[in-house]
Design a protein around this ligand. Structure first.
Ligand SMILES: [Mn+2]
Length: 359
């Protein structure tokens, strides 16, 4: 297992690589090239420069998050083949710079949604929160604008301004789309890309839908164990795997996270884990909270135990954190709370490991 942190290059992050290097036990970052338009090939020269920057700071860059999927691929348009070829070329370039794992998602139109990016918590910190009725009553474009307004000047991955204008049109496109059509388009993508991922030795790790329930009548993909089974069956290669995000899947109370980990990591299909906790405040309402089990509704001890019982050997990151101690950062991606999260998770990992090995 390797503990990493997400990091955004080109000054689009308040957190520096040297700060990340000083978090005990964190050995690398999940990085990205945010300025490449979705659908285009990630140039190897830029990837090389980025890798060098990360390595010079004493860190590894074995994980990329995310190479986004062009909407034409999800829609199954004739133009998809060109974008799929670009994706395959990108995989080759990722291999050339030593990347081992690629986190991506296949959610239509929007990658994730929250009703508030800086909701006050009782302890005086702020965190991202989700209130289903609030989100459903908002127009997606206005959600995008409201979120951008609270992003402290940092880009919000998945909510890039150029995406907002097409959102209404894209949402109406999917209203007459069946779930079967969506799976078929996904299979078309996987069957083309997974052989290239095998050749490049880059494990594909799809991120669950966030939140894991229907929004604006859009098709859903990775929301529960049954849909994950369907997804994994679309292409049986071990390179067709998951990013197991506990905060996303855990928002559905009927998802038994430790059981899901034992099933999917046990079959070698979890390559990356996003570990964070959430606190429920209604059936479809939750706040992101600090990582320890006592702070939320997820049992992080059982989650770590399930990962180890499945001999999970991938990457873990503490995913989002709260804004604490007056920090100003991209929502979810400050330094302090994620560093606390990484330390807590590493402590749990060590405790479970030693308990098991000493019987
Ligand atoms: Mn996540």
């Amino acid at each position: 297992m390797k503990m990493i942190l997400r990091w955004f290059p080109y000054g689009d992050d308040s957190v520096t690589l040297s700060q990340i290097r000083q978090i005990p036990g964190v050995t690398g970052v999940a990085a990205c090239l945010p300025k490449i338009p979705v659908g285009e090939t990630w140039p190897v020269e830029e990837l090389r420069a980025l890798t060098q920057t990360v390595r010079r700071a004493g860190l590894e860059m074995e994980v990329i998050e995310s190479v986004n999927i062009h909407e034409d691929i999800k829609k199954g348009l004739p133009t998809r083949d060109r974008y799929i070829q670009n994706y395959i070329d990108t995989l080759g370039n990722l291999h050339a710079v030593g990347v081992k794992c690629l986190c991506y998602n296949f959610m239509p139109v929007m990658d994730w949604a929250r009703s508030d990016l800086a909701a006050p918590l009782p302890d005086g910190s702020a965190a991202m929160s989700y209130r289903h009725e609030v989100v459903e009553q908002m127009h997606p474009e206005s959600i995008g604008r409201a979120m951008a307004g609270k992003a402290r000047g940092y880009s919000l991955p998945g909510w890039e301004p150029e995406r907002l204008s097409a959102m209404a049109e894209d949402i109406s496109f999917y209203q007459n789309f069946t779930q079967e059509q969506y799976w078929a388009n996904m299979k078309y993508f996987l069957d083309a890309v997974i052989p290239a991922a095998e050749k490049a030795d880059v494990r594909m790790a799809i991120h669950p839908d966030d939140p894991p329930w229907p929004l604006f009548g859009l098709p859903k993909v990775i929301t529960d164990a049954e849909r994950i089974r369907t997804f994994l069956r679309l292409n049986d290669s071990p390179y067709n795997g998951l990013t197991f995000c506990t905060g996303s899947l855990g928002a559905r109370r009927d998802n038994d996270l430790p059981a899901m980990i034992r099933e999917f990591a046990g079959r070698g299909r979890i390559h990356f884990a996003h570990l964070r906790n959430i606190r429920f405040s209604g059936e479809r309402d939750f706040d992101e909270c600090a990582h320890p089990s006592a702070c939320g509704n997820l049992d992080m001890y059982e989650i770590i135990r399930a990962l180890q019982a499945s001999e999970f050997d991938g990457y873990i990151r503490p995913d989002h954190g709260r804004m604490i101690w007056g920090e100003i950062a991209r929502p979810g991606y400050g330094l302090y709370d994620r560093a606390l999260g990484a330390t807590y998770l590493l402590g749990l990992w060590e405790a479970v490991e030693k308990t098991v090995s000493r019987g």
